[in-house]
Design a protein. Structure first.
Length: 189
């Protein structure tokens, strides 16, 4: 029971006090679950972040569900997921009951502008941590640089490319790298 309460309150704190959605929570989830509590390893965090991004639903909820499952199987996943979801649900529900024009209040609108900056910093922090702890090969760095340049060019030229096309290209690159890795391991053995 103690582990279940720990899971619930850990994710409830993250869910209640992190603005900006799932990507802003990645850094906090990693700090809490990998570094502080050692519930999962850094490699598991990297793998589950990729999986959580590509599966339906918010990434932070998917991460909480995985960590909960890792600790206490099905019941742990339910408890961790509820911990992540309930604070936001309750806060939004209460706000919707009492304030019709919440964001029209000047100081609240100003606070949310400041929060946007903090969210950006949290997302960059999570990316830097994950990238710095990875074991990189030259071809992976090339793929990263080409991808970043592609994103910058698409953004700078305001090109409208379907997200389905981009996901299909990413899947193709992922498959190619999988088969290249597999071939390299066979040759090494």
């Amino acid at each position: 029971m103690k582990e279940l309460l720990s899971l619930f309150f850990t994710f409830a704190r993250i869910g209640a006090f992190t603005f900006g959605g799932g990507y802003a929570m990645i850094s906090l989830i990693e700090h809490t679950c990998v570094e502080k509590n050692k519930w999962i390893t850094h490699d598991e965090m990297m793998e589950i972040t990729v999986i959580a991004e590509s599966t339906p639903g918010p990434i932070a909820i998917n991460l909480a569900t995985y960590v909960g499952y890792k600790k206490r199987k099905f019941l742990g996943s339910v408890v961790a997921t509820l911990g992540m979801v309930l604070p936001s649900f309750i806060i939004i529900f209460v706000i919707s009951l009492f304030l019709d024009h919440f964001l029209e209040i000047a100081w609240i609108a100003g606070a949310f502008k400041g929060i946007k900056i903090a969210v950006g910093i949290l997302i960059v922090d999570a990316a830097v941590k994950m990238l710095s702890k990875g074991k990189w090969r030259a071809w992976q760095i090339v793929i990263l640089i080409v991808s970043l340049l592609g994103i910058l060019i698409i953004s700078a030229l305001s090109l409208h490319i379907s997200s389905l096309v981009l996901m299909a290209l990413a899947a193709l690159v992922g498959l190619l790298t999988f088969f290249v890795n597999k071939k390299m391991k066979k040759e090494a053995d």
